[in-house]
Design a protein around this ligand. Structure first.
Ligand SMILES: [Zn+2]
Length: 214
């Protein structure tokens, strides 16, 4: 709670620390928990990721600025050679700190990932029960380096493998890509399919990163 008080008093201050930005200009509140939503920007090998989280869990992750040095046509192994600008662990156990640490491990040292994603929060006023079931099943059951087809995920999440089209739509609305790993959902014919966070080249890069980094 102390942190929340500090945020309120520093509303207009943009703090920079080792590539993790605290953007406190606009304080939003979670409709579910009524706690403030904090915002951070984390520099990753792909570019700048924006994270939002309330006291309960992560709400949102987006690649808001693709790194100008990132060439998705270069293999994942080579991209890792680009100087790392700012991946540093955060102390503390708030959902936001856990999310930052998870991102650091995801790109830098995937063997440190526990298999568990950080706590998440899907407010009921901005998602359907079906979407929450699909996102939860994907986040809990399809770990690093694994893939699943749309139909398999439909079977796992709601016991209806025929709902693959609806699963595809839920993937497009996924508020927390990477953590809810929609990039691991591929088509039954082996094609990798669409990816809303930066297109299929980034999806391919992520799958390659997971194959080489596990
Ligand atoms: Zn929340």
């Amino acid at each position: 709670m102390l942190l929340s008080v500090i945020h309120i008093h520093q509303k207009h201050i943009l703090r920079f620390s080792a590539g993790v930005w605290n953007l406190n200009r606009k304080m939003a509140t979670c409709s579910e928990t009524k706690t403030p939503i904090v915002v951070r920007e984390v520099t990753t090998p792909l570019g700048v990721c924006t994270l939002k989280a309330c006291d309960k869990g992560v709400h949102h992750l987006a690649l808001t600025k693709i790194d100008e040095n990132f060439d998705p046509n270069v293999s994942a192994g080579n991209v890792k050679e680009i100087p790392k600008k700012a991946l540093e662990a955060e102390e503390g156990s708030t959902p936001m700190n856990k999310a930052v640490n998870w991102l650091v491990s995801y790109f830098e040292n995937p063997s440190n990932l526990s298999g568990k994603i950080p706590p998440v929060c899907f407010p009921t006023d901005s998602s359907t029960e079906f979407e929450r079931k699909v996102w939860t099943a994907l986040g809990e059951k399809v770990g690093f380096g694994k893939t699943v087809t749309y139909s398999q995920l439909a079977g796992t999440a709601i016991d209806n493998p025929k709902a693959s089209r609806a699963v595809g739509t839920a993937m497009k609305k996924n508020p927390i890509p990477l953590m809810i790993p929609c990039h691991r959902v591929i088509r039954a014919d082996g094609e990798i399919g669409n990816y809303s966070m930066g297109g299929s080249t980034i999806k391919k890069w992520l799958l390659e990163h997971e194959n080489t980094g596990a």
